[in-house]
Ligand binder design. Sequence first.
Ligand code: HEC
Ligand code: HEC
Length: 348
Amino acid sequence: MATKTANRIWKGRVTLISLSLLMFAACAKDKPVTIDNSQAVINLAIPHFPSMEMDSDKFITKARAELGKELFFDPILSRNFDISCSSCHLTNLAFTDGLKVSVGTDGRLHNRNSPTLFNVGWHPYFFMDGGNPSLESQVIGPIEEHREMDLPFTEAIARVAADAHYPEKFQKVFDLPVSAYTLSLALATYERTLVSYRSAFDEYYYYGDSLALTNQEKRGLALFKSEALSCTSCHQFPLTTDFSFQNNGLYEDYSADPGRARVTNNLAEHEGQFKVATLRNIALTGPYMHDGSRSTLSEVIDHYASGGSQHPLKSDLIKGFTISADDKAALIAFLESLTDTVSYKKVY
Ligand code: HEC
Ligand code: HEC
């Protein structure tokens, strides 16, 4: 008998404490026990990461994540049935698309570069300007956005509810019909399972494997943490971001995209500030920056070394530095050691 964990009422917030499945099997007397762990709560905990916090009804199960995964790859959520979430967040590119800026339905151009979805479960807010408060509400964004999937959310729900297979699946997984709540929860649950935490850097830095990094990568790490470069002031370990909004001096003129000021309407204090990007899997997620304007890691380092463009809100930490060709290669080698697209597959 499958246990309906989905129906349990959880008090407080679910804190993820160990990367293991907690199985709730109900066994009837004298009958062979079949354990269906698809509805068991997955307690996802990464020893060197902060705990992933979520409301008590948002717990992760294999069944929820699998339903979300199916939706993530399904073009049913786009107006012309031509693109899915995975069109711009490709598994083999650490859930980015390799383009300068994304291309939506009908070939419409976005003005921003597709960010990685690895470790989104830890973000306190979403989009590069923080314009969205939760993973669940974020789902509505790409579905409705003209330059992405361009489908009113109510229509998306109606479509999924009229599908030959989904309603039964939703009922089984959530014990609820297709709705705004269950559709967004399924997708968000899948996204929470996209974790990346066992790169060569992690093996070296957190798990004591002194040979996991080459000497060159170790030198790059030391540079990354050095006072001269200050990378870790914003790209803090372990997530390689502190999630703050910063102006890293890309432009003098941010009229093409004011960043955080798009949300706050406060150009004087927030123009050109973007959420500090994660650098995990950075070797796979180019081109770089909100507009994909830097094609390679070498160009990114040239940007920081130059001290960037003058803008009144540019962070004081972007002050420029001199770096030899050898050190630059070491820094790039370190950044490339942050690649791990495998550990998420172990979640369920
Ligand atoms: C047309 C390409 C495209 C499609 C389709 C698309 N996205 Fe995105 N996604 C983007 C871009 C571009 C951004 C950056 C937008 C921004 O920051 O303003 C983004 C941002 C996000 C973010 C925020 C990440 C962060 O770091 O804050 C999440 C989460 C996300 N997408 C999930 C999804 C889901 C789920 C779907 C399907 C329902 C989807 N995306 C469909 C291009 C796309
Ligand atoms: C003042 C804070 C700050 C400092 C210091 C800083 N960064 Fe960044 N970094 C950011 C922000 C903010 C972004 C996102 C900018 C955008 O989207 O336009 C970013 C983006 C990046 C990106 C591109 C990420 C992507 O997916 O597009 C790379 C690579 C990067 N930084 C590396 C570094 C390195 C290496 C250093 C040290 C030399 C460094 N950063 C120092 C704030 C900072």
